[in-house]
Design a protein around this ligand. Structure first.
Ligand code: NAD
Length: 789
């Protein structure tokens, strides 16, 4: 072979990374591991254990303990004991521990990388250059948050003991995403790695001991879904943080529904990869390689739905297939391969079955002809073209190196196809036209959007989904809030009314028979049932009758809110603010009348009612003030990219108001929700709905677009049920008791809507930091725009 031959072929010989250090480490543990609880290792169980396998060749790496219920209990108890001290440890000291962890991982980076590749099957190039560096960065970054937490998160405190359950695709990285923010915020943790990839988490346990982390602050327990279930259910856990499939996410929503546990879910995805005709096509082809053949496609945010402008589809497919044919699949420890092994044979079979199903439903299959190793679990890079948007392979997460392609004609068709999924984790958009790219980015329902790039991550930038991809964010400031809880200040400022109180007294109102209707789509509507409910004063006097709303009314209200949602979300923040000020102003004009009305309903003094009206006017003004001030951010990531964190409305929100304070309680929920661009369906106080119902006349005169605010009065629990179960409601807030919380959390499992139930036992919820209302009213979209001339 001549030098010219070598140059022409450019074929790479094997460049194996040595497994010697990993084998030594495994041998030093006799290849059997116990659990890391309270800073010490339990004896490996003889009775209940399982093997962790090297997917590259099917060999057993080590025996792992299947943690029992009593092990789970011991770990949670250790975390609880440690919490007492750790939560009081200064941010500076917590920062030093996180910094020390980062340093230790850095020092042992090669061991971690090789171990990760052997346990998971991912190419060493990826574990060495992506996973482990990101892990280190995550701990460094969160050391910073710990240092400044007290000042930056005033009004918040740590949550407590966190149960953290992670998947197998990025074992150590997912651990870092969970443990770093939890410790930075002052929580203690019990973490369960996935049963297929527990080894780096166990090595991490050793790091915790090495840096002298107080016992019990981090506990690592191994086992399968049964261990995960026991951990999530444990009564002394305050927060469950889960990354994994939507199916298990739903189970966990259900399992925690009856409890006040805080929950964050990072679930599956079927992310669109959109290529416009003006894209740099070669760059976009490389983008597909990174989107779907990175980590063998076992990436929650993988761009697995390729949407290509019809005009360039043939050209693009040709280029993509050509590039696909150059990919090399092989031993994960070979530095010259592009794709390693699938994590387990069961997973490989599932991928194969789905591909075959796709072909049987009409897809054309292109597979790389590369040679696959004979041992181990390998699958070739695969493209399925001519796929119908409704085909199973276009809808279901395949979680393997398989991309399906479809075409579009116009940007709006591209957006419709991109959003044609129950998921909403990520999207990748390719166009040289920044106008097109940013416009489409805004309209795609996803928590992360990469422009002319894909699968870029950083600790400073939030990551997480919309819709059934879950709720909660990991990374950056957004992620820190998942491990904090807002605390009411407890001091409710009572302001003297700024309006003159008239002569009327409560008793004078008893003769006024009011008959407000429901308020749906900007119209006063009679209830579907045809029934009314009588509202009486505290002395039993007849005050009026309100509509007895039912399921159908709620459905109509949701439909009206949905119809108004995108218009309102796209109204400028300035205009939304104007409308909210206008509501406040118009309420002020009728303030005395509202004060009299409230006084009659509640049987409280007119002055007290007047104070409530005053606070309600101010609530509209405060929300108006914030409408154009709750800014996004530009994150400082190490990449050459502008990463814009944009707060976006959640969509259609249900709001369940408390009985008292009836008017202020409703408006305290409505005003921030609307200010942030959501449209709402409000269930007013059951016993004292008149104030809010009267307010629709104010809305009518304040330019509130039809459908942005809808009010359905009636029997609260029945109405809440319909709202919570409704698949087109994106978020639900309620003020109430434990029973209401359980009811809402249970019923909302179907579409995994975001819920926020405030403790209504007194009025302290009104004194939570205002930022918490705004934060709960938005979901964050992080848009990555790389640059470089
Ligand atoms: P999985 O849901 O099967 O398992 C995830 C974890 O949950 C494992 O540790 C498992 O042991 C545990 N578990 C299983 N059943 C449980 C139960 N009933 N109760 C409690 N815990 C239980 O998911 P997987 O197959 O390991 O991972 C792949 C999935 O993870 C994909 O859907 C992928 O999209 C998703 N994922 C999402 C993100 C994200 O950030 N959104 C990141 C990585 C992976």
């Amino acid at each position: 072979m001549t030098v010219a031959d070598i140059y022409n072929q450019m074929s790479l010989g094997p460049a194996p990374e040595s497994p010697a250090q990993v084998k030594q480490w495994l041998d030093s543990h006799q290849r059997r591991f116990g659990l890391y609880i309270n800073g010490t290792w339990t004896r490996p169980s003889d009775e209940s254990h399982f093997s962790t396998i090297n997917p590259a060749d099917g060999s057993t790496l080590a025996e792992i303990t299947q943690a029992s219920d009593s092990d789970v209990d011991a770990a949670v108890r250790a975390a609880r004991m440690a919490y007492a001290e750790w939560s009081k440890t200064s941010g500076h000291v917590r920062a030093r521990f996180l910094y020390a962890i980062a340093r230790q991982i850095q020092k042992h980076a090669r061991l971690f990388a090789v171990l990760e590749s052997m346990d998971n099957g991912k190419p060493i190039r990826e574990s060495r250059d992506i996973d482990i560096p990101l892990v280190i960065r995550h701990f460094y970054h969160h050391a910073g948050w710990a240092q400044i937490a007290d000042r930056e998160f005033a009004g918040y405190q740590s949550v407590g003991v966190c149960a953290q359950i992670i998947p197998w695709n990025f074992p150590l990285l997912m651990l870092a995403w969970k443990i770093a923010p939890a410790l930075a915020a002052g929580n203690t943790v019990v973490l369960k790695p996935a049963e297929w990839t527990p080894l780096t988490a166990l090595l991490f346990g050793e790091i915790c001991s090495a840096v002298g982390l107080p016992s019990g602050v981090v506990n690592i327990i191994t086992g399968d879904g049964r261990t995960g279930a026991a951990l999530a259910k444990h009564a002394d856990v305050d927060k469950v943080a889960f990354t994994g499939s939507t199916e298990v996410g739903r189970i966990l929503r259900q399992a925690t529904a009856d409890t006040p546990k805080k929950l964050s879910l990072e679930l599956g995805g079927k992310s669109p990869f959109v290529v416009f005709a003006d894209a740099d096509l070669d760059a976009a082809v490389e983008g597909v390689v990174d989107a779907v053949w990175f980590n063998q496609g076992q990436v929650c945010c993988a761009g697995t739905r390729l949407l290509v402008d019809e005009r360039i589809a043939i050209d693009f497919e040709r280029r993509l297939v050509r590039r696909m044919h150059t990919l090399r699949v092989g031993d994960p420890l070979d530095k010259a391969i592009d794709m390693g092994a699938i994590v387990a044979e069961r997973q490989r079979q599932r991928i194969d079955e789905l591909v075959k199903l796709g072909i049987s439903q009409g897809a054309t299959c292109h597979q790389s002809p590369c040679a696959l190793p004979t041992n181990g679990f390998y699958y070739p890079p695969t493209l399925l073209s001519n796929v119908e948007p409704s085909a199973v392979v276009a809808q279901e997460e395949i979680f393997g190196p398989v991309i399906v392609s479809m075409t579009f004609r116009t940007p709006s068709e591209a957006i419709a196809l991109a959003n044609n999924t129950r998921y909403g984790l990520a999207a990748s958009i390719w166009s040289q036209n920044i106008d097109t790219a940013l416009d489409v980015a805004k309209q795609i329902k996803a928590g992360v959007v990469w422009i002319n790039s894909t699968n870029v991550f950083d600790a400073a930038s939030g990551f997480g989904g919309y819709r059934e991809s879950g709720f909660g964010r990991e990374g950056g400031r957004e992620g820190m809030y998942e491990y904090l809880k807002a605390v009411p200040s407890g001091t409710l400022a009572t302001t003297a009314p700024s309006f003159a109180l008239g002569e009327l007294r409560a008793s004078h109102l008893t003769g006024i028979d009011r008959t407000p209707k429901l308020y749906i789509g900007g119209k006063q509507v009679r209830p579907d049932s045809g029934y009314s409910r009588v509202i009486t004063s505290s002395t039993g006097a007849h005050l009026g009758e309100v509509g007895e709303g039912n399921r159908k009314d709620i459905r109509n209200a949701v439909e009206a809110a949905r119809a108004a949602a995108s218009g309102w979300a796209n109204t400028t923040a300035h205009n939304r603010a104007q409308i909210l000020y206008y509501i406040g102003e118009n309420l002020y004009a009728r303030a005395n009348e509202f004060a009299q009305l409230l006084a009659s309903q509640r049987g409280v003094s007119v002055l007290h009612a007047a104070q409530q009206v005053e606070a309600t006017i101010q609530a509209w003004f405060t929300a108006a003030a914030w409408a154009d001030k709750y800014d996004g951010a530009v994150h400082h990531t190490p990449q050459r990219a502008v990463v814009m964190a944009l707060p976006e409305p959640i969509g259609v929100m249900g709001l369940v108001a408390p009985d008292a304070p009836s008017l202020l309680g409703s408006v305290a929920l409505m005003a921030p929700a609307i200010a942030m661009g959501n449209s709402v369906v409000v269930i007013p106080s059951e016993s004292a709905p008149l104030g809010l119902l009267e307010l629709y006349q104010v809305f009518d005169t304040s330019d509130v677009p039809a459908g942005v605010i809808n009010i359905v009065s009636g029997q609260r629990n029945a109405l809440v049920k319909t709202l919570a179960e409704h698949g087109d409601v994106d978020g639900l807030w309620a003020v109430g008791d434990n029973a209401l919380r359980q009811h809402i959390q249970q019923a909302s499992t179907s579409n995994l809507k975001r819920t926020w139930v405030l403790d209504g036992s007194d009025e302290r919820w009104l004194t939570l930091p205002y930022s918490e209302f705004l934060r709960q009213a938005v979901q964050w979209k992080n848009v990555w725009v790389p640059y470089g001339a």
